[in-house]
Each structure stands twice: as structure tokens, then as C-alpha cells.
Design a protein around this ligand. Sequence first.
Ligand code: NAP
Length: 523
Amino acid sequence: MTLQGHHLIGFQSLAGPAGISAINPASGETLDPQYPMAGQAEAERACRLAEDAFPAYRRLPPTERAAFLEAMADNIDALGDTLTERAIAETGLPRARLEGERGRTCGQLRLFAEVLRRGDYLDIRIDNALPDRQPMPRSALTQRQVPMGPVAVFGASNFPLAFSVAGGDTAAALAAGCPVIVKAHSAHPGTSELVGRAIQQAAQTCEMPEGVFSLLYGSGVELGQALVKDPRIQAVGFTGSRSGGTALLRSAQARPQPIPVYAEMSSINPVLLLPQQLEAKAETLADAFVGSLTMGAGQFCTNPGLILALSGAALERFVEQAGHSVRDADPQVMLTPGIHAAYEQGVARLGEQAGVTRVAQGKTSDGLACACQPHLYRTTAATFLDDASLHDEVFGACALIVECDSPEQMQQVLAGLEGQLTATVHLEDADHELAERLLPLLERRAGRLLFNGWPTGVEVCHSMVHGGPWPSTSDSRTTSVGSAAIQRFLRPVCYQDMPEALAPDSLKADNPLGLNRQVDGKR
Ligand code: NAP
């Protein structure tokens, strides 16, 4: 497939004045073609089409939406090496990582197809009428979930496939019955176009209403804000910086009709090494930690950026071994010159902080552009508690070890943390008593709790929660990964005494869809 450098608006492919070029972060080379910059006019056109498509799209039987999602996955798979090679050139990510990410992206689309066919997501509730109830009769009441309306999705820089054009938010919104307009991330426009065309083609083959999907290129401040402020947009999905997410949230709240913004922003993902496990496995834990820290140059929202442990000989063994592993770690290309510059500033800032010592840094790069040299620092809990800036994410392969004097001080550090996507506990049986004390705090702070594992790597399944309290996300009640993500683009509607002839199939008395429904409080 030849890249054209066009916006995809509904079934159209539209040129515009050029403004965006991808840059190969490994070589600094500018990649063809140039991409146009959308503004108000393109946003208006895509929003109008999305709004026009919504009534027909939301009414489609879920099985037809399922077939559309599967056709998207098939088309993305069929892009083969063309997609992988363009994504390598635009992001510097290794082939194996991108192939895995494609598998995950298509897997997520197919998982939502299954969810649609099963129908549980509609969460049907039926309370039959109680005409003889005293002192008041009860009406017949039913409830189902309906799609919210057109959704704007911002592609993320660090997952050019799984959190981008056909990523989790797009898949969840389309599954829910919401048309989607994607603002492509300017770092990977060619990858975005390839995936966008695969979706556009699937929409045409499956005879979806035009406007169910559009893909626009442009700046966040102009195009991104125009989309979020458009009255037809009913929800927003975003992954990126805290400043970007916060700006979108403010714009969404300032609208005459405020709308939800599901923004995933920053997380340092604390890892607790409990004493008995640390004593037994300090060196093994250190090697595994550095493997997780340096994976993908640390450009994961779930990167383990904070280690908490009690002071003592076992912690010193861990620090020594982790230091060796970090010093042995090769530099890796970061996604963009901007992300690389922010990383360099972040590690330099940490290094200058009073009370913080550098344990180790990775190998220097030999002329590799945008190279991430891993960094490991340590400090005491007292310093960490005193200095809020030490809680900030340094996006990349950088972590801070915080040494606690006592279990109580560890609790204090946890209580002072911001919201997190994940929290990890390394423990053995003899640590359970301490773990029990820490668990309620961890549940308040994080969306996913891991035991004896590492937070990088997010399974796409039914029970996954990839979300958490502010600022890891702007709304801790939902997830951006896994089948539960469909709920963020649905809302409940209750019907009171609705004539049977008007009831949708999901609510009809004889249950023609064979759904698992809750009737009078029972399943
Ligand atoms: P970003 O700067 O937040 O950009 C993400 C998207 O949001 C881009 O499309 C951007 O548009 C748009 N945007 C940014 N500010 C906006 C605003 N005020 N109004 C409307 N749209 C706006 O994130 P990034 O480019 O991916 O990376 C920058 C930093 O974000 C990284 O260094 C890292 O600190 C953080 N980050 C964190 C995670 C995580 O998962 N925790 C993931 C990725 C990045 P433009 O095209 O105009 O830039």
C-alpha cells in the first residue's frame, strides 16, 4: 500500500496543506510523505459525518458491529511487513515488540467481537411490574446500556498500534456503537495512515455508515481542542503527558455540556520488596527489575519507576546487583527527539537533587540518536517524603530506590503517593502479615496490584484494569485495556412501562437474543 499523506474522513481520502513529517528517531532522517494539518474545517466535517452515522450505527445488531471489528483485525494483519517496517522507521521500536503489539491490537478487536456476540455488556436488568404491591404498585422497569455518541481518540506516541488508531479506545468505542474520530499522533503518521486505511476499507466492505471512522492529522492545540470542544463529541480517550491530558480535561469541563475525558497520564508504578523475599532473592529480583525497567527504553506507562524496601544488608545486595545490570544495559532509541530531551532533563534533575545518589547509569551510545541511557538512583524515605518533585514520572528507563527505616515508614511513603496504574509486591509466606497491612493502602492508590511479578506487560482479557486514581488516569472508574473498556463509552437508560412492541430485542419478554439477564434481582 502506497502512503498518500491524506486525512481519511469517512470514506474519503483528502489532501491538505502539508505540515507534519515523521522523523526516524534512530537516524534523524525525515520520512516521506508529508502529512496535512487539519483545523476547524476538517474537524467540522468529520464530526458532522460521525453524528450523521451515529443513529444507524448504534441501531446495528451487535453481530454486525462484531463482523466490522473482525474485518478491521483481518485487514491490519494483512498489512504484514509494510506496517511493521513503517512503524520501525517512525518509532525506533524493535520488530519483535511491534509484531507483538500488532497481535495484541488485533486480539483486542477480536475480543470485543466476542463480547458483542455474547451480549453481557448490555447489562440487562428487568424488574417486573408488581401491580398488587402495597402500599404502592410497582411499574415495569427495565435497564440497558446505550452508546454515548461520537468519540474523539488521541493516538499515543509509545504504542503506535495498541493505543493508537485501532487501539483500545477505538476498539471499545466502536464496539459500544460510537463512531470514532482519531487525532493521529504526529510521531507516527505513516503507521496511522496504514491502520486508518485498513479500518476505512473494513467499514466499506462491511457496509457501515460513512462517518463511523475518520482519521485526522494536526496539532493538539488546534485540531485536538477543536474536536474536544465540538458539541457532537460525547467522550474523549487520551494517552500522553499530564499537561496534555489536563488541558483536554479542562476544555471538556468548560463546554456548555461537559463530557468525560478518559486520560491516561503519568504513573511511577511502585514496587515493594518485602523483607523475607528480599533476603531470599535479592540478586534475582535485581536482575528481573532491570529487565522490566529497561524494556522498550522504559517507555511504558507501567514502567517500574519506584522501588520501596527496608534498609539492611539484603537491600544493599539488591542495589549492588541492580547497579551491575544497569551498567551492562545497552542504550536504546527513544520514540521522538522531544521524549528523549524530556528524559535527559528528568535524569539530570534527579541527579542534582539533594539527598539523591546515582547508583548506576547504562552504557553510553556510540552516535545513536535519541539514545536512552538507563539510570538508577537511590534516596531515603525521609527525603522522598519531603520532596514532592521526587514523585514525578521520568518517562524512560529511570528508577528511584527509596530506603525505608520501618514498615510504618513504608506505609507513610505509600500513603503520600499519587494515584498509580500499578503497584507490585514481592513477598513470600513469611511476609503475608506485612502485606495484609499494606494492601488497603495499595488498593486506594492503584488500579492493578501484582504479586511476585513485574508491571510491564498488560494482558488483554476480561478482568484487566489498566487505569487508576489521578494522575495515572483522569477517571479511576474505568479501564483502557480489556473487555471492560467498553463500559466507558456506554451509559444506562431505564425504561418505565415501555410497550412491548417498542422494546428492543434485548429487553423483549421472550428474550429472543438468549441474553443472560438479571430479572427481579436474580440471574
Ligand atoms: P503529549 O505531548 O501529551 O501528546 C499526546 C497527544 O496529545 C498529541 O496528539 C498532542 O498533540 C496532543 N496534545 C498535547 N497537548 C495538548 C493540548 N494542550 N490540547 C490538545 N491536544 C494536546 O504526549 P507525547 O507526545 O506522547 O509525549 C510527551 C510526554 O508525555 C512524554 O515525554 C511522557 O512524559 C509523557 N507520556 C506518558 C505516557 C504514559 O503512558 N505515562 C505515554 C506517552 C507519553 P501534538 O501532535 O500537537 O503534540
